[in-house]
Every structure is written in C-alpha cells, then in structure tokens.
Design a binder for this molecule. Structure first.
Ligand SMILES: [Zn+2]
Ligand SMILES: [Zn+2]
Length: 1018
C-alpha cells in the first residue's frame, strides 16, 4: 500500500519532516561515503559575508550551488562541500559600528580596537550560525561546521605569502594619487568596489567668476557642481583648439557653448594659456603663495559648462594628473572625514556637503557668483554606508597589474563562462582595470604585512611563521593576526638590522581575503595535513576545518565549477583569478555559472524600507523551500529574476499536476493492490506486454532524462524545468488521460509504466526539489520495494536507453493536432463536450495511424488527412522590408496579395507577382473565415473541424452533458468510485435512446423517470 496523498501538498510541513529524516538517517553522509573515491568534481564556494541572516537573494545562489552539487553527487562524483564566510573588512565594521552607535573612526578608536575586534568577531559568529540555519532549511547540503572563515590566521598568512611574492616581483608599491574616498568610512574605495555604486543625485550647479589679473574688468567664467572643491582651485583649463570669446559684460567663455552671444573679442584657447587670475578663495591661508593660471587641456568638453574647467588637483583624478604635467601646486582641502582643514578659515571643520550652501552665499556676497542652480547627474556612493564619495589624494598601496595583464587574459580564455557574455565582461575588465588599490585605512581586516624601515628597505612578511622569526617585540600579546594586537609587533629589518620596525597601519582590501581561498582552504604548499588546522586566530572555535596538504590541493585545484552573481566578475572571480595567475599562472576555475540580479515580482529592487523585501524565513513558511528553489532554477541566468509570492503561486499550481498524477497512481494502486518492483526502474517494465501508449511513455521518460542531463551539463537549470514541465504535461494530459480505464481494472503494464515514469521524473527533478522528491520516493519506492535505496539521492542519476525519437515525434504531432482541433472548436464557439461530425488535418507527417485517438480526443466521428479546407490568413506586404528592395514593384505585390494570388513555398516564404518574398517580408494578418468550419493552424499543421450540428449530434451532446452532470453529483454526494446508483431523469425520452451508454458512464443500475434529476445509491 502507498500512503494516500492529501488534495494539496503542505510544502513547509513536508520539508521539515524530510529535514529531520535526512538528519536521523544521515542521508548526506551516506551519499558522501558512497561517492568517496569516485571521480573528482571540485566546487569552491564563494564566501558569503557573515553580517546578516539568510536573505532570498543569497538563497538563490545557494540553491544553484546545491542543485549542481546534488546532480554531480547523483552522477557519482566525489566532492568537497566546504561552505565559506567572509568575515572582515568594511562590511563587518560598518554593521558593528551601527550597532554600537559609533559614527566616526575617532569614536572607534575611543571605543578601543581590541573591544571593537571582539565585537566584529561576535557578529560574524552570530551571522554564521544564522546563515547555516537558513541554508539547511533551504535544503543545501554542505559540510556545516567545517566552514572556512576568511579571518582565520591561516587565511591571512596565505595572503601574506601572496603579497610577499608580489613585492619580490616588484609589483607592490606605494602610490600618491587621487582616489574615490568615503568620508564616513574614512578610507579610499577602489575601482572594482565602485561598480554599480552610481546613483542619481542633485547637486548645486555654479557659474563662478575668476577675475583676470592682467586684463582688468575681464574674468574667466567656470562651471562646477562641487562647490567644496573651489577653495582648492589652482588652475582653469581651456581647450587649446576651441574658440573663446569675451562677452560684453567682460566674461570669457567658449563660443561653441554660447553661439548666440555677441563677442567683443575672440581668441583660440591656446592664446589664453598662461593668463593669471585671482582664485575664488585667495584670502584664506591655504591659498597663500598660489599662482592661478590658465592651462591647456585636450579633454575639455564642449558638451556642458562654459568650456573653461576649474582645476583642483587635491580633489579629482584628472586634476591630479594635470598637476603632474603642468607642475601645479596641490591643495588638499579636507581630511579623512571629509572636513576642511584649519587653513581654510571659516570653513574649518565643515564637511564637504555642509559647505555647499555657505560657499555659494559667500561667493555671491563677494560678487564672484555668476549664477547658481541645480544639476541632476549620476554620482558614486559608498557601497557599504551609502555616503556620497569625494576625491582625495591619498598614499595607498597598490599592486601594479600591467605585467600580469596578458597572463590574466590568457587564463580567462581557458574558462568556460555561462552566460558567455560574462566572460567577455571579464575580458573587458582585465583590459581596462588600473592598478589594484589594496590598502584601506580601517581596523578589523587583513593586516597588511608591510614593514618599511628608516633605511629604505621595505619588508613584506610572507607568513605567520616568518613573523615569528623576524619579530623583536609584541609576539607574547599577539592574540590573532588583527589590529590592535598585530600593531604592537615589531620586527628587525633584515637589510640593516635595526630593531623596532613597525607595520604600516593599513588593512587590506577584502577581495584579497576571498581571492586566496582556492589556496588557503586546499592546503597549497602545505607539507602535512593539519587536523583542524584551518581554524586559527579569530576562526578558532568556529570551525573544525582541516588544513590539507599540497597533494590535496593538486587533486582539487583548479575548481571544476564556481557560481556567483554578475557583480562578482570584478570582485571575487577577479581577485581569485588575479591571485591564482600570480601564484601558479593558471585560472583557479574551469567553468563559471553567473547570474543577473534579483528584483521583486514587479521588477523593482527589493528594499527593506520599501516593504517589498521578502525575508527567507517568511518565504520558507509561506511558499516552501522547494517552490523557492524551483523559482530560482526556472530563471535564465542572463536575465533579472523577478522573485515573489505571485510566481510562487503559479509554480504551486503547476506542481499540482505532478501531485495529482502521483495521487492518481496511489489511489488506483491501492484499490488494485499494485506492488512495484525495483527492476522496472532500470529501463521501464520488462516481461509484460506493453501497449503502444506505454512504449511511448517509456520513450518519453527517456527523453526527459536525456533533456535534463543536457540541461544540467550546460548549466541551464531553466531548461531542466522546461523539460520537466513538458514531461509532466505529457504524462498527465496524454498518458493518464488516454489510459484511465486501464487503471479502473488492473492492467499491470499501465501501472508499471506509470510508476516507472513518475519515479524517474522525481529522480530527474530531485536536485531542484529535494524535499518533495524524497517525500514521494519514500512513498512510491523506498517503502514499497524490497531492497530499494532509502533516499532518491542514494539511487544515482537515471540511465536510460536511447529514446525512440520517431515515436516521440509521432505522438507530439498527434498532441499538436488535438490542441489545434480544440483551438478550432473554441474559436468557432463549440463546446468541447459537443460531438461533431468530422475533422480534416493537413500537413501531418506522422500522425496517420492515430486517427482513432484524434477522433476520441476531439469528439468527432471521422478524421481525414490531406483533405478539407486549408487555413488561410490574409497576407500583407512588409513595406519597411520590401519598399527598399522592390521599389514601385511593391504595388503589384500588394495587389496580388489582396487578390489571394500567393503561393506558399514553405518556411514562410511566398511567391507572388513574379517575386519570391522571404518570411520577414510578409506580414501574416488575421485568419480568413470559412463558413461552417472552425480552423486553427501552426507553421506545419492545419486543422479544420466541421461545426455543423445535426439533430443526432445535438442529442449526443446532451447525453455527454447529462453524464457530466451526474458524475459531478456523484462526487458531491461523496460516493465511492465504485458505488452503483439509481438515476432519476426528467423529460428524457429521447435521451433514453442512449440508455446503455448513460448507465455505463454513471454506474447507474436503473434509470427512472421523475420530476427532477436525482441520484440515489443503489
Ligand atoms: Zn562608507
Ligand atoms: Zn633597515
């Protein structure tokens, strides 16, 4: 006996039950044991930032990872299941700062770095537990508890090794340059962190007068949207080749910008170069000794502003570059927190954003303001704290990329990217990226192991062990490789022997932390495996992960597969590739599955403050993990995912077809005492005579396996979903529909075929919906067949015989004819229940022997092939395409088409008026109606159904109506499927001509005349 199914599945309840059962039975462990020693398939998990609970965004990626790991496990591959957490850097710091109510770096320092580091670790430990809990609920099978944490001393030590190597090769340098800077976080932001951080913003738009010293009464007019940079002005740039003009009011501007003005004097930009002017804030101490002058610059644009550009090398990248070329002084107006230095008089202590209004007012008061307004543009914001960024000159540490660039490109060429354009984007990034800014002026992160000595020698410590050797002080208090402890460690300079050399205070870019993972977690260059050896430093006590040895690395590197969202191209995918190419000159992964963004179901970004953010917990309880996973997998990776309860509802509706099909098998199996045998799973039922329809379902099931395997091998889960949906539709709406009666009386071939098909379907969909798959497997297989694997995941991936494609095509065509026939009926307004006389089919290649099924499905008496009316549509010329090609001849073509004088040539091509038109040169308009016929067609097939209803057909239509009504009454009365009834029939004399038919279909033993239609149990 199978367990009966309720009318609808309770997904969350099923999932909780299966989770407990997996745990109790150790199913995942059994699976790993089973595959140990099998072929290797290496997956490396990209670390998730441990600063939050599981969100539906993260659950998407985790689902994809789990789907492919489960699939590969079903195929027998030995795998690693190490989950990873990103644990340090700005992400973590900003969250902890908020919780502690700290608003600046000064406040963090006052709070105490040691205590701050402990809070950051606490946050990570809490989040890791939350993420693990949520991921388990999602059904993700990982080696929980042996996770990697990027803040472990082991991980940090590996990065030190990488940095040392970069230093030895001469790539590591300290750069003095202009950089995007977050004033709240007090640190520079590097180029790859800027991606996607631009938002629309309104800034002031100022036109400011710079009076010329040697031309009294004349001034330059410049335009700016950043008032705070004006106190740092040192020059004004003109385009040497553009024309500038002096307006009557004494202002110089570019003529091209104001073509309608009257000019009293015109000069080429080159002639303006060298003119001296009075700066906008010359009276402040900071401007002392600065000579402002006009410089030439080819990049001055004539698209906006006045054609004269204000230059402040302390506040902009291009300005800074110009200062090098023209030897301009550099004025730095603001400190790390974005507040004016004291040399700026009344501006001292004011932030860049606060200063805007006051600067405008001050300029106006002093007669320097020409005009002020507002300007909307895209502006970069800090990706962690959302503060508008500014430019500052900073001394940062960089890794130069030019030497590595060609090797990075070569390595990327070996990677198989899905979607393919992600690989192209990586190429673009690799070609255009600048040097990697690796230093951040923050606290809880990778300490950069850089120790500059007064003698000029820079030591880069390559490992924790090396630090032990070089240290002269502070090792006794070194809790872990983090600030403040690491700051107290001093070393001896290997070049001059000086002791007490200190580390630079900066920490490293978090992408170094994640990029080293394919080395640090796999034991690269580690002589001997160390049990629990990965969980060092801050990670101690959080993970039991081992530090493997070099042999292990050789087995598992490079990864066969990694998968993350698109933004990781310039982040994790990039940093991994970079570090891997530097260390071993090859890509760290063979293939990548990337995917686009997640939005809400209406296509809006999800935001906590917009109320459209779905917490994962809520999704688990309201839609269930299987439905979430289906939604994630049904998504082409090159398009944004619209996630929500609406789509979830639709998925549940589709899943009901599967649920009801299983329910059907269960119900009749229990009535007829059907017992399945495990052998049938191999290739369908053997030793029993199968009917044509059974053979078709076996082939159809084989096709599902072939399609699903191809989809998963191509990493396109949405194709797996599409294949599965089509299969369930065929199974339910063709096989079961056409075989129902065989289940009412025991027909072994039908039961065994349906069981085989359903169970194989479950196996194929199990990576996507592991809960429902195992739930049904236990019912249909494990508890029903002796010797069956207890979980679908212990049964392997199904292997099938090559399906009979011709047979499949044949039935596909029959189904298509039936669909078109139904469409023809419905467009003609004839109910499906009404019998009709005949249907004519044109264009069928394979369906000729299926006339009887077609007749039954369409409820017609007669099916004819290659006869009857042909579907016709009005053809119109596509003027846009034809006009240029045919010229005036188009008129003849149109006239001939109007007269219906076109000959179809196949594939949509048409010959008309002596011209051959391509498919896209013809527009196919509405269908031409043919009186007395309902017609439908597609490219290959045309189906015409005779819609004339004579009295005989009308009567039979009424019989069908009656049978339907009575059977509905039976159901409503709660009768068993086998109960016999007595039927009371009013006014039914003519209907009684079909008495036997009615009795058979309603299980009536007797039909009595009476007042109203009624049934009674016989
Ligand atoms: Zn910030
Ligand atoms: Zn030295």
């Amino acid at each position: 006996m199978f367990r009966q199914l309720p009318p609808v599945p309770d997904h969350p309840a099923i999932e909780e039950e299966i989770l407990t059962w997996w745990e109790e039975r150790g199913i995942f462990q059994q699976l790993r044991d089973r595959n140990r020693g099998g072929p290797v398939w290496s997956f490396v998990d990209g670390p998730v930032t441990a600063n939050k609970t599981l969100g539906v965004h993260t659950a998407w990626g985790r689902t994809l990872k789990d789907v492919f790991q489960r699939y590969k496990a079903l195929c027998g591959f030995d795998q690693r299941y190490q989950n990873g957490f990103d644990c340090q850097g700005l992400w973590i710091e900003v969250g902890v700062e908020r919780e502690l109510g700290l608003n600046s770096k000064r406040e963090i320092e006052a709070y105490g770095l040691a205590e701050f580091a402990r809070k950051c670790r606490e946050k990570v430990a809490w989040s890791a537990q939350e993420l693990i809990r949520g991921s388990k609920r999602l059904g993700q099978w990982m080696d929980w508890g042996n996770d990697y944490y990027t803040f472990s001393d082991t991980n940090i030590s590996y990065i030190w090794g990488f940095l040392k190597l970069a230093h030895e090769r001469g790539w590591l340098y300290r750069g003095h340059r202009s950089t995007e800077w977050c004033p709240r976080c007090g640190t520079s932001i590097s180029a790859h962190e800027l991606v996607g951080s631009y938002e629309e913003r309104i800034d002031p738009s100022l036109f400011v007068r710079f009076p010329l010293i040697d031309r009294p009464g004349q001034s330059l007019t410049i335009w700016t949207t950043t008032p705070w940079t004006l106190p740092a002005n040192v020059a004004a740039a003109v385009h040497p080749d553009e024309e500038y003009g002096l307006k009557e009011n004494g202002e110089w501007v570019a003529v091209k910008r104001y073509p309608d003005e009257t000019y009293v004097e015109r000069r080429r930009g080159a002639e303006l170069v060298g003119w001296r002017y009075r700066g906008p804030f010359d009276h402040l101490p900071a401007a002392e000794g600065i000579e402002h002058r006009v410089i030439g610059w080819d990049e001055v644009t004539m698209d906006e502003g006045t054609g004269l550009v204000h230059i402040a090398p302390g506040c902009g990248t291009e300005d800074f570059e110009l200062s090098r070329i023209h030897d301009l002084p550099i004025v730095m107006p603001v400190d790390e927190a974005g507040r004016f230095y004291d040399r700026f008089g009344w501006l001292h202590g004011i932030s860049t954003s606060e200063s805007a209004e006051q600067i405008v007012a001050d300029l106006a008061e002093r007669g320097r303001l020409v005009a002020a307004g507002e300007y909307a543009h895209r502006y970069p914001f800090c990706w962690r704290c959302n503060t508008p960024l500014i430019f500052r000159i900073a001394d940062d540490w960089f890794i130069s990329v030019d030497d590595v660039r060609p090797r990075l490109l070569a390595a990327n060429a070996t990677v198989d990217w899905t979607p393919a354009y992600f690989g192209k984007r990586m190429d673009d990034w690799l070609r255009n990226m600048g040097d990697w800014n690796i230093s951040r002026r923050r606290y809880f992160g990778l300490p950069l192991p850089i120790y500059p000595c007064a003698c000029g020698h820079v030591t880069v410590v390559g490992s924790r062990a090396e630090l032990d050797e070089l240290a002269t002080a502070g090792m006794d208090q070194l809790v872990e490789l983090h600030r403040p402890w690491i700051d107290a460690v001093e070393i001896r300079c290997p070049a001059c022997g000086t002791e007490g050399v200190q580390r630079i205070p900066e920490i490293g870019d978090v992408w170094l932390d994640a990029g080293i993972v394919p080395f640090s977690t796999l034991g690269w260059q580690n002589p001997e495996r160390v049990e629990g050896g990965y969980g060092t430093g801050a990670a101690e006590g959080l993970t039991g992960a081992d530090l493997p040895d070099h042999n292990y690395w050789q087995t598992w590197f490079p990864a066969h597969w990694v998968s993350e969202m698109r933004e990781q191209i310039r982040l994790w995918f990039y940093s991994q590739l970079f570090m891997s190419v530097c260390l071993v000159d090859r890509a760290p992964f063979r293939s990548v599955l990337g995917y686009e963004k997640m939005l809400d179901e209406h296509g809006r970004p999800m935001h906590g403050s917009w109320g459209n953010l779905i917490p994962a917990e809520e999704a688990f309880s309201r839609m269930g993990a299987d439905v979430m996973r289906w939604q994630y997998c049904d998504q082409p990776p090159d398009r944004d995912l619209f996630f929500g309860y609406g789509p979830a509802h639709e998925i549940k509706r589709k899943l009901l077809t599967l649920w009801n099909s299983v329910g059907f098998l269960v119900r009749y199996s229990n009535i007829e005492s059907f017992r399945p045998t495990l052998d049938d799973l191999a290739a369908g039922p053997a030793g029993v005579e199968l009917r044509a329809l059974d053979r078709w379902l076996v082939a159809r099931t084989g096709k599902l396996v072939v399609d699903a395997t191809a989809a998963l091998e191509e990493q396109l889960t949405y194709r797996l979903i599409a294949a599965f949906e089509a299969f369930v539709d065929d199974l339910s709406n063709w096989y079961i529909r056409r075989s129902r009666r065989r289940f009412y009386a025991y027909d072994a071939a039908a039961f065994r075929t349906l069981w085989f098909a359903l169970v194989t379907g479950l196996r194929v969909i199990s990576p996507v919906m592991p809960f429902i798959a195992d739930h049904m497997w236990r019912n249909l297989v494990a508890d029903a067949c002796a010797g069956a694997p207890e979980s679908v995941f212990l049964a392997g991936w199904p292997e099938v015989d090559e399906p009979d494609e011709r047979l499949l095509d044949e039935i596909a065509e029959v189904r298509r004819i039936v669909e078109l026939g139904r469409e023809a009926r419905s467009t003609a307004g004839v109910k499906l229940r009404q019998p009709l006389r005949r249907v004519y089919v044109r264009g069928a290649r394979l369906a000729g022997t299926h006339a009887q099924e077609i007749a039954e499905e369409l409820r017609v008496d007669e099916v004819g092939f290659d006869q009857g009316p042909v579907a016709q549509v009005r053809l119109l010329p596509n003027l846009r395409a034809l006009g240029p090609r045919l010229g005036p001849k188009v008129r003849d073509v149109k006239a001939a088409l109007d007269r219906g004088e076109a000959e179809e040539l196949g594939d949509g091509r048409v010959r008309v008026a002596g011209e051959e038109l391509a498919a896209d040169e013809v527009i196919r308009g509405e269908r031409v109606e043919i009186a007395g016929w309902g017609i439908a067609h597609d490219i290959a097939l045309s189906v015409a159904i005779d819609i004339e209803i004579d009295p005989d057909l009308a009567l039979r239509g009424r019989v069908y109506e009656l049978i339907h009504t009575v059977n509905t009454m039976r159901k409503d009365a709660g009768l068993e499927l086998t109960d016999r009834i007595v039927l009371t029939l009013p006014d039914g004399e003519d209907l009684l001509r079909h008495e036997d038919w009615i009795k058979a279909e309603t299980l009536a033993t007797r039909i009595e005349p009476g007042e109203a239609l009624a049934i009674a149990k016989a």
